[in-house]
Design a protein around this ligand. Structure first.
Ligand code: HAM
Length: 431
């Protein structure tokens, strides 16, 4: 006997769970549509080099977490661990020069070989938004408020916005010099993981979870003190605008994010209602990524929201299921053919129809219609087929005092009238 199982860190999403996913995705897409953000779809599989160059070889994502393999042509391929590098590549490849500023979104699976736990998987899903070609601090504000509003629209509670600035390349170089000097002196007091990061990615030491190291870091040089006046003013204007918009935030000077491409603004949104994996959204500015990857100098900013975490956080009201509008009970050779043709016609009316394909007894088919909470049923048996008509009536809790109607298969007008009189009213009153 075969005993196949899904791979660790991946999950099956079953129809009942997907009702909530689809509702969440619908609310997100509506919000993006209203904000003039357009969809982009890039391949799930990319050249490994893209992520090494784009995200940075010293990052955990690239050095430990990528699903990388050689294809049959001996090319190194990687299942995308995130979407920003792919969007940058696609824009460069498709001629970014012709359209300098674009607001883009994508949604789909990402892959990271991490230790699975609640809210952390190896195949997970992100909604990503990228504003490409936008320089002013107003785009930082728009991106942050867009993320905030999407989370609020979904009714997510206990949201906390943390922001920081990483300055530009030169700011970071001068900070890094001072920080490395300090690390040299304090190396032995740091946890092992942080010690290992000194050569590979010293900035990420600031992001440590180790309590002892955190305490020692309180005396380390701060990046904010090494920023140029221009970078500081940029940061101050963002804080000012967030205050004016009444978006509450806290400054976290240790928020450096796990990917190397960030410049200036970095932010994360966490929710107290999640467990240890509390970051539901992460993002920031990446003004050098596109030029580093061979494109023209193009400032950009974006964020990604983890959909699994969003689903964990969003309320049960998003699980609501509309149910079946019309269930077609049918039996007998001619009746079954007529039933198929009628169900195809009914799909033009924006109704949820279900055609019984079981060939089971009428009573069993009625039971099934009942189980699906069908609002109405159509019955077609041999007699009806002979007369070229069907019986239609409201069903279940809607059926009180309702008489049956007989409608000829050729009488579309009577069918439409019946639907609008009896069915559309119950559907709109429910929604
Ligand atoms: P990130 O912080 O690596 O950023 O990921 C964004 C979000 O994806 C996280 O806050 C989390 O909600 C979710 N996430 C990450 N890893 C996992 C996992 N293993 N399981 C479940 N959820 C996860 C980025 O990916 C950047 N590309 C965001 C960005 C876009 N920055 C600028 N533009």
């Amino acid at each position: 006997m075969n005993n196949f199982k899904n791979l660790r860190g991946t999950v099956d999403l079953l129809p009942d769970q997907l009702i909530k996913w689809q509702n969440v995705e619908k609310i997100i897409k509506e919000q993006l549509f209203r904000s003039s953000v357009k969809e982009i779809r890039t391949p799930i599989l990319e050249m490994t080099e893209l992520f090494m160059r784009g995200i940075g070889e010293g990052t955990d994502v690239v050095s430990k977490e990528m699903y990388t393999f050689l294809d049959r042509g001996e090319r190194s391929c990687t299942l995308r661990p995130e979407g920003t590098a792919s969007v940058a590549r696609a824009l460069i490849q498709n001629g970014i020069k012709t359209k300098p500023s674009q607001k883009l979104w994508y949604m789909g699976p990402m892959f990271r070989y991490e230790r699975p736990q609640a809210g952390r998987q190896r195949q997970f899903h992100q909604l990503g938004v990228e504003y490409v070609g936008y320089k002013s601090s107003r785009s930082d504000i728009e991106i942050i408020t867009l993320a905030w509003d999407i989370l609020e629209k979904l009714g997510i509670k206990e949201l906390n916005l943390e922001i920081n600035t990483l300055g530009d390349h030169n700011d970071r170089l001068s900070f890094q010099k001072a920080f490395l000097k300090w690390l040299e002196v304090n190396k032995n007091s740091l946890d092992l993981d942080s010690q290992n990061r000194i050569d590979k990615n010293p900035l990420r030491i600031l992001d440590t979870k180790d309590i002892q190291t955190k305490k020692i870091l309180e005396d380390a040089p701060r990046l904010i003190d090494f920023l140029s006046e221009k970078s500081i003013n940029r940061y101050l204007s963002i804080k000012e605008k967030l205050k004016l918009l009444k978006i509450p935030f806290i400054e976290n000077f240790n928020l450096v994010r796990g990917l190397d491409y960030y410049t200036h603004t970095a932010f994360e949104i966490t929710s107290g209602a999640l467990g240890s994996q509390s970051t539901v959204c992460g993002g920031g500015r990446y003004d050098n990524l596109i030029s580093q990857m061979g494109g023209i100098e193009t400032p950009a900013i974006g964020f990604a929201i983890g959909l699994e975490r969003l689903i964990l956080l969003s309320g049960n009201e998003l699980e609501e299921n509309r149910g079946t509008d019309i269930y077609i009970v049918n039996k007998g050779f001619d009746a079954e053919t007529l039933a198929i043709s009628l169900s195809r016609r009914l799909r033009n009316y924006d109704l949820i129809t279900e055609l019984d394909l079981s060939g089971a007894s009428f009573s069993k088919q009625f039971k099934k219609a009942n189980k699906l909470n069908s609002k109405s049923i159509i019955v077609i048996g041999d007699d009806e087929a002979l007369r070229n008509e069907f019986v239609i009536r409201l069903f279940g809790e809607n059926s009180l005092d309702n008489k049956e109607d007989k409608i000829s298969f050729d009488d579309s007008i009577k069918l439409e009238k019946w639907i609008s009189k009896n069915l559309l009213a119950t559907i709109t009153s429910e929604n």
